[in-house]
Design a protein around this ligand. Structure first.
Ligand SMILES: Nc1ncnc2c1ncn2[C@@H]1O[C@H](COP(=O)(O)OP(=O)(O)OP(=O)(O)O)[C@@H](O)[C@H]1O
Length: 155
């Protein structure tokens, strides 16, 4: 069942991406947003470095969504019934997508804020601070009890 040439390997890889796009609504949304962001950036005088950051942010979110899809399918194959550990793994996997989306928001605000509104670094620092300190702090307080129960279930 292994692929024996480069063309076949490429075709299987494309099949994987097509399957993920057809299966996952969130992936379709991220592709659409990524396309619109890149299209929009064509109309701004964005320099090469900033464009690479934008492209990387879009690419990174789609990559994490593909990994999320991979993990979900893997789990559904081997453990289709409800299981507390499956819940934890799937939630972490979604968390990876959320985390990379937050990174792309920072990049978007930094680049587009500069070109559209001549923002300096302050709004970006504030957003970065919110994402890296206030966000984990609030979510830990908010979700602590729920997660403690889940971890106890796991034991
Ligand atoms: N077998 C399972 N056992 C326990 N919890 C599950 C199971 N399947 C799904 N869940 C819970 O439901 C959520 C959604 O899982 P699902 O597989 O439907 O992904 P989805 O709808 O594609 O969501 P997303 O891609 O946004 O993570 C998971 O994050 C998890 O909390």
């Amino acid at each position: 069942m292994g692929s024996n040439n480069l063309k076949e390997s490429f075709s299987h890889a494309v099949d994987g991406i097509v399957f993920s796009i057809l299966q996952e609504r969130n992936l379709r949304i991220h592709f659409l947003i990524g396309f619109l962001v890149l299209l929009f950036s064509l109309f701004l005088p964005i320099d090469k470095n900033d464009f690479i950051w934008i492209f990387f942010a879009v690419f990174f979110v789609i990559l994490s969504e593909l990994i999320n899809t991979l993990i979900e399918n893997f789990l559904d194959l081997f453990i289709p019934e409800y299981h507390p550990i499956v819940k934890i793994i799937k939630d972490i996997s979604s968390g990876v997508v959320l985390w990379s989306s937050m990174f792309s928001v920072i990049v978007g605000v930094a680049v587009f804020g500069t070109y559209l509104f001549s923002w300096n670094i302050l709004p970006i620092k504030i957003l970065g601070f919110i994402f890296l300190s206030i966000f984990p702090f609030i979510t830990i307080i908010w979700g602590y009890k729920k997660w403690k129960n889940l971890i106890n279930d796991k034991r």
